[in-house]
Design a protein around this ligand. Structure first.
Ligand code: ACO
Length: 340
């Protein structure tokens, strides 16, 4: 686990702009129930999801980087920055435009962010927090002033649409944040970040083929090994425990109590997971921000899209304590506490 934010540095970082973007196409539970043996009632009861957005395959306006581009433009506008101001682009995704080059570079070209260096981060659903934590570290180290962090997925391209245990969960979206330098005594800043991975649990969730371990062949395609596979029940159990533990760590490290937190944004994989975590933390659901019903699990995009929505509709106000908390394939985990 990384240590939390050191108070001894000159600089701190804060988010000065957020943005999000979604594909146009909606896929409801009822429509899914025509494709696989499931029902609207089962999906809503077990996951809290009613519909999700799905990118149109091959539509250049709905490539991963195109959604990231729209989200980034909105974040830049809110922050009052131009693409040329960006020092770094950290692009969290596990469903890239292409394996090579990175989606970050596709986005850089679209934005015309000529001064930036750009790189993808793959920590699955935890990616946005990994990116935000790295951005915070680069800014505190004095290396960068303005960093664009994106969490974006088009997982619909990697889902087995015949597997009812996984295809009901995922949706496509992009969220973005501009992370800027501020002074270390500024009240509005990222207060701490805690990240961890457990590579012994790689078999719980992943895509077995399509990489160098198992290159794409007619057989891997026939066996559907190029698509996401998941041991849902096991993931569920680990998710509840780790989300609760990482939230608790963030709160305690900073000397707060659960009641001090104004808003809790957990990874939106499943409403039942979120309710179980809130219950463990004795945290009221009224302070938990939720978009899982409308968008499903958008992986690295769940936290930044939810953050953007709540900033824009005025629920998150300056001075609020906001706790971000995630888990994802790897497995990967993390929490970030910030004063907005
Ligand atoms: N419709 C109807 N029935 C279904 C469906 C479906 N879509 N899916 C599974 N079932 C059936 C199963 O076959 C099983 O039937 P059986 O009892 O006859 O064997 C029954 O429903 C119960 O199955 P469970 O897997 O026990 O159902 P559970 O309550 O655990 O819900 C779910 C499944 C929703 C997948 C849940 O386990 C979950 O959300 N897990 C976490 C998954 C997750 O968060 N993944 C994302 C990780 S993040 C990332 O990095 C991508």
């Amino acid at each position: 686990m990384t240590p939390s934010n050191s108070p001894t540095t000159l600089f701190a970082s804060r988010i000065s702009g957020t943005g999000s973007a979604f594909p146009e196409g909606r896929l409801t539970n009822q429509e899914l129930a025509v494709r696989v043996d499931t029902s609207d009632e089962w999906i809503r009861e077990r996951t809290g999801i009613s519909e999700r957005r799905i990118a149109k395959p091959g539509d250049p306006n709905e490539f991963n980087s195109s959604l990231g581009y729209r989200a980034a433009l909105k974040a830049l506008e809110m922050a009052g920055k131009r693409p040329e101001d960006i020092d770094q682009i950290l692009y969290a995704t596990c469903s890239p435009d292409t394996l090579v080059p990175s989606t970050a570079c596709w986005l850089q070209a679209k934005l015309g962010a000529k001064r930036a260096w750009a790189v993808d981060i793959n920590a699955a659903c935890s990616g946005f927090l990994y990116g935000l934590s790295m951005a915070d570290t680069f800014v505190r180290a004095g290396q960068s002033k303005t960093i664009l962090v994106v969490g974006a997925e088009v997982l619909s391209s990697f889902v087995n649409w015949e597997d009812r245990t996984s295809c009901i969960l995922f949706g496509d979206a992009a969220g973005a944040a501009i992370v800027e330098r501020t002074s270390s005594d500024s009240p509005q800043r990222i207060l701490s970040s805690h990240l961890h991975s457990d590579g012994t649990l790689t078999d719980l969730l992943g895509m077995p083929a399509g990489g160098s371990r198992s290159p794409v062949t007619a057989d891997t395609i026939a066996l559907k090994q190029n698509f996401l596979q998941m041991k849902g029940r096991e993931v569920f159990k680990v998710a509840v425990k780790t989300l609760a533990d990482f939230a608790q760590t963030a709160i305690e490290t900073n000397g707060f109590k659960a009641e001090d937190i104004d808003w809790f944004i957990p990874h939106q994989a499943n409403l039942r997971i979120i309710e179980a975590v809130a219950n463990r933390l004795d945290f009221p659901m009224e302070k938990v921000l939720l978009n899982v019903e409308r968008y499903g699990n958008t992986s690295a995009a769940t936290v930044p899209t939810m953050l953007d929505e709540a900033v824009r509709d005025g629920r998150i106000k300056p001075g609020h304590l906001v706790l971000l908390d995630v888990f994802g394939a790897g497995l990967t985990y993390g929490s970030i506490l910030m004063r907005w």
